[in-house]
Design a protein around this ligand. Structure first.
Ligand SMILES: Cc1cc2nc3c(=O)[nH]c(=O)nc-3n(C[C@H](O)[C@H](O)[C@H](O)COP(=O)(O)OP(=O)(O)OC[C@H]3O[C@@H](n4cnc5c(N)ncnc54)[C@H](O)[C@@H]3O)c2cc1C
Length: 423
């Protein structure tokens, strides 16, 4: 069977030596390559590795697309692994050639360009697809998402020749896109469906402070606004809302959420719910196939930040290396907004429940707001605005489930004061 598969490989794809099992990675993004890095640390020569990536580059730091858009970094600055890294590690990179089919019976993947590669282990790391709200006009030129280098290039191009941008979605991604476009000289309106920005990370007080700061910087906001239509003859010219009002737009950036990219896994008959279901070792229901990153579902959770993905990569890399003693455990996550001049930090359960209580500090003159959510003498969540110095410490307290009864009266004033009082 193996000889048959290898015989089908096109010319130019070196055959694996029989002693080396073959690992194929689908997705050249943050999760996939971090997993390969973890694997190489433990077992650099174990596999014959091939990586397929839909994007025509090496691996880059997607998080830093926001500073690239804002003109603070260049694309070169955010490359994590250039093509030479793949060569140095003996990895065959098929960049710009997405996998279009997985044949689990023959253990082969096939790419758009017709390359077939056999695998002994397969790693799926296909990330997410941006969700474009399917209103009339959503497919007009000038309507894009914010996910990859191509999107950033489209936005930078638009900023050179157009004036009005509308960003639909007032979450982390939307605000970073809006800030970047404003820094590129565009007049930007952020449209958000609820009455409070970043409501998944911030409470109302912090959200209101954030809005004021961003308005002072020059952004405009339309809250509780339902987009009904993107208007334009052959390119977008305006966004129309369900109350009939319109705002002019030469560019519309939709940042209304993402969906795990699981088409390929579904076609291959892998068990998927909201995403590809994996166990604590990041193995799918097919024991030869692992999956990591935004395309996976662990228990009921899916993922949209890199911190949990780094944990997954560590565990999955170890299992691929045959050092299978690690288990993936979900942990609290923390969020920052990458907008220069905005200090914001949110971690854990910042809403709380019937058994929780809040410790709150407000200093309107300094524009500082801090709220800690406490349950059973433990910090379970934190929202900080204006002064985020203690964010990492509060995050440690959340993670370690430290009993804070003796620190409680000084907790909001930070670690140093708490330690001085305890001494
Ligand atoms: C602008 C922006 C800012 C962000 N800021 C933050 C932040 O501040 N903090 C944070 O924690 N997270 C942030 N994120 C989220 C973070 O980038 C993602 O959580 C992370 O990139 C997910 O990694 P992934 O490998 O699962 O997906 P991705 O990094 O998207 O990688 C998936 C890769 O798979 C490729 N692919 C898909 N299908 C195929 C196929 N069939 N064949 C081959 N290749 C395929 C895709 O093209 C892509 O390159 C941000 C995201 C964006 C877009």
């Amino acid at each position: 069977m193996k000889a048959e598969i290898d015989a089908r490989l096109p010319r130019g794809i070196p055959l694996a030596t029989p002693s080396r099992p073959r690992l194929v990675v689908i997705g050249n993004g943050m999760a996939g390559m971090r997993t390969v890095e973890e694997l190489l640390k433990l077992a650099p020569d174990l596999y014959d590795i091939a990586v397929f990536g839909a994007e025509p580059y090496g691996n880059y730091n997607r998080i830093m697309l926001s500073p690239v858009l804002a003109g603070e970094k260049s694309v070169d600055d955010i490359i994590l692994n250039s093509r030479s890294w793949y060569e140095e590690n003996g990895i065959r990179l098929h960049a710009g050639d997405p996998v279009v089919a997985i044949d689990r019976t023959r253990r082969i993947v096939r790419s758009k360009n017709g390359v077939e590669a056999g695998y002994d282990r397969l790693l799926i790391a296909t990330g997410s697809k941006p969700f474009l709200i399917p209103v009339p006009g959503h497919d007009l030129p000038g309507v894009i998402a914010f996910r990859d280098i191509q999107d950033v290039e489209t936005m930078l191009d638009a900023a050179r020749s157009h004036r009005h941008a509308v960003v639909i979605g007032g979450g982390l991604l939307g605000l970073e896109a809006a800030n970047g476009l404003m820094r590129q000289g565009m007049s930007v309106t952020v449209v958000h469906v609820t009455d409070s920005l970043m409501e998944r990370q911030l409470d109302r007080s912090a959200s209101a402070l954030l809005q004021q700061t961003l308005e002072r910087k020059g952004l405009r906001f339309l809250l509780k606004a339902n987009t009904a239509e993107i208007v334009g003859p052959d390119r977008v010219t305006a966004v129309r809302f369900d109350d009939g009002t319109e705002v002019p737009a030469d560019l519309v950036v939709m940042t209304a959420g993402v969906r795990p990219n699981i088409d390929l896994a579904k076609q291959a008959g892998l068990h998927c719910e909201r995403a590809i279901v994996v166990d604590d070792t990041l193995q799918t229901y097919d024991p030869r196939i692992y999956a990591v990153g935004e395309c996976v579902q662990h228990r009921t959770a899916t993922f949209g930040l890199v911190a949990p993905i780094w944990d997954q990569a560590l565990v999955c890399g170890a299992h691929l290396a045959g050092a299978g003693h690690r288990r993936y455990v979900q942990r609290a996550t923390a969020t920052k907004l990458k907008v220069t001049g905005v200090e914001l930090y949110s971690a854990g359960d910042f809403i709380g429940g019937p058994d929780s209580e809040d410790l709150v500090l407000r200093d309107p003159r300094r524009g500082v707001y801090k709220r800690l959510v406490i349950e059973g003498n433990r910090v379970i969540g934190a929202v900080l605005y204006g002064d985020v110095k203690e964010g990492a410490w509060y995050f440690d307290l959340i993670q370690s489930r430290t009993d804070i009864s003796s620190l409680r009266s000084h907790l909001l004033f930070g670690k140093t004061l708490c330690e001085t009082q305890a001494a």
